[in-house]
Design a protein around this ligand. Structure first.
Ligand code: ADP
Ligand code: ZN
Ligand code: ZN
Length: 732
């Protein structure tokens, strides 16, 4: 009788599983457990995918597992199947897909048993509370009040509920009123659920949405919750979460950005006393591993996370929510494994036999198309919840008015009016830094990046020039390096707009939201606080401002420049621009104050703007979808992009031409001519791309499966890199 063979996924570019024999001693592995194996001359962690009776290799060639790293599988059979499906669909090495699915520390094979510190009230504590013995120590009293209805509470939750509680806890513990337990999360039973507050009374539309999804709990079903900003989508998620928890199930909520996670987590926290596992890139490696373990072991039945959380194993998962499903950050756009978390969420739900709810005020064209095909059931929340009315939107013709430093007079007048009435003003500009260009008016010299085909952005306060594509950074010259005359910043970025506003509206504090001012979570939270408290009256920012934040006192939204994307060559540019405008407009007038939206443009008659403003996003999308259908672009046709780059100018193009030549007779597949990328030179590398089109998903998949190994076998320049992007978001 021969020993079983383990088929193991290892984080390498090789597209296969590796065979190993069981460890000589110690416990044996099950599929879904990590093991330490010899690999070449290294010892590395791998994930057991399955066991087999035999190997293609002779037993004498097989090496042994050195050690089994887990006592229970991290991934069950269904999750392993889902991950393998993802590897197949994106034509990416299975070991790297498995590695993406795990937090770094687990991937590296570390032991990350997580201990949670939990406090509980003792009998003595209850007696003291009843006797009013801690009346004169308000912090101690508050802590006892929090703990008294619960069996225990983890420190992370206490941090949220009672700031500065630690000295009170020490004092109470010294008197024996409370006690601390350290519990291995792995062995911890899930905490008891109690709804902290009951839900709001739903509007009829919300009720219909909740009923539709609730009726399908426990079955595969996919929904699009198409609800304008402020229509109460989050309330729908909360009530459906309560329904799933009541069935003993867990819930996974995906959201696009780390910046949105704290607000979303706070709303779930305010509703449920369940522990919540938040998975996002703002955590340290240890925190991330801990939160992931908590989710994987059933210690947190509400999991909220960004893109890669779609791979988190969650026992008894009963519902998935993808909030702001149109958001581009659901697509991994870097590196090799370019997956879409939204698309994978649909697949995971289908395979798992559970409902998934995609929510957006501006649904992606993919989702609208899926509604047409009957693959998604549409649920609509057409009106704002509460009293809020929809904002009034107008386009300001930049050619018809005097313009002061990027502001047309009607916008300045509207700002004065709204600020004078006590409202807040939000200004959107998709350009950070002081100015996008440094120019010499005398000889025409422009500051460019040495590494990229791009201009350097002026950062005035630091006195530097920065490349927003490669990160290059150099001192700002005082004079033109070519002719010696002075140089001038040209154009307006958020930092310059902030200065303009400070000069024009000195009596109102300005808060800037962009990656330069808000590098850290704390900075973002501080900025949000200053806006919600009313200390800041004018908000200016990039894309960050268009997403999710609730600023109820904003009554005026200004889009400073909508024109950049109007004439882009990318087939998705119009969709993106419309989504951005509608999302940013949705920040206005959320409470009972009527909102107003002004969009500055030099092309006020552009059909996109016209349809969007007069007929709304839905009508715009129908028009734009008809254009996509005529051109057979996604979501009608299917595309993949083979991207290559190299430090040698023509190597990437040459490689792609060889890839075209290597393809055998594809029927129904169009392989386009390889072309240089829109920004050909980026960070010192030359980029090129090859577009593959097909009317049919299955046929494209078949072709890619046969072609990718041939591409892999092509001889390539030493520093050539390539990546296949299935369903790319950007193709220019
Ligand atoms: P969305 O997620 O669609 O942007 P939210 O769920 O954030 O909308 O709701 C917007 C505001 O309306 C929130 O302040 C929320 O508390 C409130 N709200 C939502 N549903 C209701 C309801 N049924 N009754 C009253 N207020 C509601
Ligand atoms: Zn010059
Ligand atoms: Zn650069």
């Amino acid at each position: 009788m021969s020993a079983p063979i383990y088929k193991i996924a290892i984080d390498t570019p090789l597209r296969r599983l590796f065979d190993y024999l069981p460890a000589a001693q110690g416990p044996q592995a099950l599929p879904g457990m990590r093991v330490l194996v010899p690999f070449g001359r290294q010892r590395i962690a791998g994930l057991v995918i399955e066991t087999a009776g035999e190997s293609e290799l002779p037993a004498t060639k097989l090496r042994q597992v050195l050690q089994v790293l887990d006592t229970a599988p991290l991934f069950d059979h269904a999750m392993l199947g889902f991950l393998r499906w993802a590897a197949d669909y994106y034509h990416h090495p299975v070991g790297q897909v498995m590695a993406t699915a795990m937090p770094k520390l687990l991937r590296e094979g570390r032991d990350v048993t997580v201990y949670e510190r939990r406090w509980r009230i003792t009998q003595e504590g209850r007696a003291a509370l009843a006797a009013g013995a801690v009346q004169r120590a308000p912090r101690q009293r508050a802590l006892l009040d929090i703990l008294s209805p619960l069996p225990w509470l983890g420190e992370a939750r206490i941090d949220e509920l009672a700031p500065h509680w630690r000295s009170a806890a020490r004092a109470l513990a010294a008197r024996g009123f409370i006690a601390l337990d350290e519990v291995a999360v792995e062995s911890a039973p899930p905490a008891p659920i109690t709804a902290r507050t009951s839900g709001l009374t739903l509007t009829p539309d919300q009720q219909q949405a909740v009923d539709a999804v609730r009726a399908r709990l426990g079955t595969p079903a996919a929904f699009l919750l198409d609800g304008v900003t402020g229509s109460g989508k989050t309330e729908v998620y909360l009530q459906l979460t309560a329904a799933a928890l009541a069935r003993g199930e867990s819930v996974l909520v995906l959201c696009p950005e780390i910046g949105l996670t704290p607000q979303l987590v706070a709303r779930f926290n305010a509703r449920f006393s369940e522990p919540i596992a938040a998975l996002h890139s703002g955590l340290t490696d240890r925190e991330r591993a801990a939160a992931w373990q908590l989710a994987a072991r059933g210690g947190a039945r509400i999991v909220i996370g960004t893109r890669s959380a779609v791979f988190a194993p969650i026992p008894r998962l009963g519902l998935m929510v993808v909030d702001e499903e149109h958001d581009a950050s659901y697509k991994q756009q870097e590196g090799g494994f370019r997956y879409s978390a939204r698309d994978l969420a649909l697949l995971r739900a289908q395979r798992g036999g559970i409902p998934v709810l995609l929510g957006s005020a501006t649904p992606s064209f993919e989702s609208l198309h899926n509604v047409q095909l009957g693959k998604l059931q549409q649920l609509s929340l057409p009106a704002r919840a509460g009293n809020a009315a929809a904002p009034r939107t107008v386009v300001v013709d930049m050619r018809a008015h005097a313009v002061h430093k990027g502001f047309a007079m009607p916008l300045l007048a509207a700002m004065e009016r709204h600020l004078g009435d006590g409202g807040q003003v939000l200004l959107y500009l998709n350009r950070r830094g002081y100015a996008p260009t440094l120019l010499c008016n005398t000889c025409g010299w422009v500051a460019g990046c040495r590494q990229c085909d791009a201009r350097l952005t002026v950062h005035q306060r630091s006195g530097r020039l920065a490349c927003h594509h490669c990160g290059a950074d150099e001192p700002r010259p005082a004079a033109c390096p070519r002719c010696g005359y002075p140089v001038q910043p040209l154009g307006h970025g958020t930092a310059r707009v902030e200065d303009t506003l400070a000069a024009r509206f000195p009596q109102y504090a300005v808060e800037r939201f962009d990656r330069d001012t808000l590098q850290h979570q704390q900075a973002l939270e501080g900025a949000i606080d200053r806006v919600t408290s009313g200390a800041a009256r004018i908000l200016v920012g990039t894309q960050m401002l268009t997403k999710g934040h609730h600023f109820p006192d904003v009554t005026l939204v200004g889009v400073l420049n909508a024109d950049q994307s109007l004439f882009s060559t990318d087939f998705r540019a119009a969709e993106r621009l419309a989504q951005t405008i509608v999302q940013v407009a949705g920040r206005a007038g959320r409470a009972d104050r009527p909102g107003e939206v002004l969009i500055q443009s030099e092309y006020p008659d552009h059909p996109l703007l016209r349809t969007l403003i007069t007929a709304g996003y839905g009508a715009f999308a129908q028009d734009a979808l008809a254009e996509r259908a005529a051109a057979l672009w996604p979501p009608y046709g299917r595309i993949a992009l083979l991207r290559a780059s190299s430090t040698a100018p023509d190597a990437a193009l040459g490689f792609l031409r060889a890839a075209v030549a290597a393809a055998n007779h594809p029927t129904g597949i169009a392989l386009r001519e390889p072309i240089p990328a829109a920004m050909t030179r980026k960070a010192g590398r030359y980029h090129a791309q090859l577009l593959v089109e097909c009317g049919n998903r299955g046929r494209l998949q078949q072709f890619l499966a046969a072609w990718v190994p041939l591409v892999e076998a092509l001889p390539a320049h030493a520093n050539l890199r390539w990546a296949l992007d299935v369903d790319p978001l950007e193709v220019f």
